[in-house]
Ligand binder design. Structure first.
Ligand SMILES: *Cc1c(COP(=O)(O)O)cnc(C)c1O
Length: 419
């Protein structure tokens, strides 16, 4: 492979065509401007591109929904980081899911892990059915898969780690069974990012991301992406990307591409912080249980070691607090650095109560069967200082769990009872 054959995928001064993650993050899809030499691509806002004669555009672009320079470059970068031949960008993670589901013929059947992202669950149960695609949910897909497969099963949907309980799926185990039946396996890799896990290397056919989270990483772009190796899939999904038109703007592609260049630094820092917070939570008497794939006590730690780079746990964790839902709410209102908000994967740390926020739309019985109890708190560790994040969590636990007990004690005859 020479630079002239692959001027965009290959950084101009790198010593070898096979590059490590950080090098690809900075250089893949980032050609120098051939006219000015600008090392950062221009934002190409033009919606249309001139043609020299009918049907002959000056370059490769015609109309910006179909393709444009910023989206092309971003898609090249995503393909490189996910070890894929192709990648496509969409206007959100949800639009990515919709395009993939839309590619299935009416009457198709899908098998999904139970505790998927709330919006994915909503799409599967409320939208997919309207074009007669049925989804079966399984809490233990590695064990159930063979039994759940029907003649019309076309797709298996995995989230690993799952949201918000951080349980893992052995992708290879599921893909092996799926492929015996000609079924495609999709992995939503949003929670780990391509730095920590590359699902295609473990047998998945499509990897999807909410780029809104770690890949953009700065909580200022809503966007999605899918990456895969099959040229047939590329034809089908490229057609739908253009036909449905749920595409990101050139500016958002430029911003997300800029965010992606530091993904490896942010993912490492978020993992370091989450590991420190997980250990602090685990040794606190105010915590019932901690879900973090980077802890050796995680029930599927063997999968962490098999699928994640260097056994990293990522920046996401969740825990059950003592004192029920009220304590969970108090905790989220007592943190000073962690902001109470939905979403994840940004440079700033966030906390939320899934049962009342991101997963409120899922009926309680189904939620609790998947481990999403009312006392569960989800934490997204950002890239602030580890020491400050740990201290913030510990002080908020005291306020949420111990504080009310002291107040009750006073009210029970030991102190002044206000009128
Ligand atoms: C946020 C998220 C989505 C949806 O992405 P949007 O960009 O918000 O549409 C899908 N999957 C997971 C795991 C997510 O966290």
């Amino acid at each position: 492979m020479t630079f002239t054959e692959h001027p965009i995928e290959t950084p101009p001064r790198a010593p070898s065509p096979v590059h490590k993650f950080g090098t690809l993050a900075v250089h893949a899809g980032s050609p120098h401007d051939p006219v000015t030499g600008a090392v950062i691509e221009a934002i190409s806002l033009s919606t249309t591109f001139a043609q020299t004669s009918v049907g002959h555009p000056v370059g490769v672009f015609e109309y910006s929904r179909s393709s444009n320079p910023n989206r092309d470059n971003f898609e090249r970068a995503i393909a490189a980081l996910e070890h894929a031949r192709y990648a496509l960008a969409f206007s959100s993670g949800s639009a990515t899911t919709a395009n993939i589901l839309q590619s299935l013929a009416a009457g198709s059947h899908v098998i999904s892990v139970s505790d998927v992202y709330g919006g994915t669950h909503r799409y599967f149960t409320k939208v997919a059915l309207s074009h007669n695609v049925q989804v079966t949910f399984s809490p233990s897909i590695e064990i159930d898969i063979a039994e759940l497969i029907r003649p019309e099963t076309k797709l298996i949907w995995i989230e690993t780690p799952s949201n918000p309980t951080l349980s893992l799926v052995d992708i290879r185990r599921v893909a092996t069974v799926a492929h015996q039946h000609g079924i495609l396996v999709v992995v939503d890799n949003t929670f780990l990012s391509p730095y920590i896990q590359n699902p295609l290397d473990h047998g998945a056919d499509i990897v999807v991301h909410s780029v809104t989270k770690y890949i953009n990483g700065h909580s200022d772009v809503v966007m999605g992406a899918a990456a895969f190796n099959s040229s047939e899939l590329n034809d089908r999904l490229t057609f739908l990307q253009n036909a449905i038109g749920a595409v990101p703007s050139a500016f958002d592609c430029w911003l997300a591409h800029r965010g992606l260049k530091t993904l490896h630094l942010r993912a490492r820092e978020a993992t370091k912080n989450a590991t420190a917070v997980a250990h602090a939570l685990q040794s606190s008497p105010h915590v019932v249980a901690v879900n973090y794939p980077g802890l050796p006590s995680h029930p599927q730690y063997a999968v962490t070691l098999k699928q994640h780079r260097d056994g990293m746990g990522g920046g996401m964790l969740s825990f059950r607090i003592r004192g029920g839902h009220e304590a969970a709410e108090r905790f989220c209102q007592s943190t000073k650095i962690f902001t109470l908000a939905e979403s994840l994967g940004g440079v700033e740390s966030l906390v939320e109560v899934p049962g009342a926020m991101t997963h409120a739309g899922i009926p309680r019985e189904q939620r609790e069967a998947a481990g999403v109890y009312d006392d569960l708190v989800r934490v997204s560790c950002g890239i602030e200082d580890e020491y400050d994040l740990k201290a913030d969590v510990l002080q908020a636990l005291e306020k949420a769990v111990v504080g009310p007990k002291i107040k009750n004690g006073l009210a029970n005859g030991h102190g002044h009872v206000p009128a």
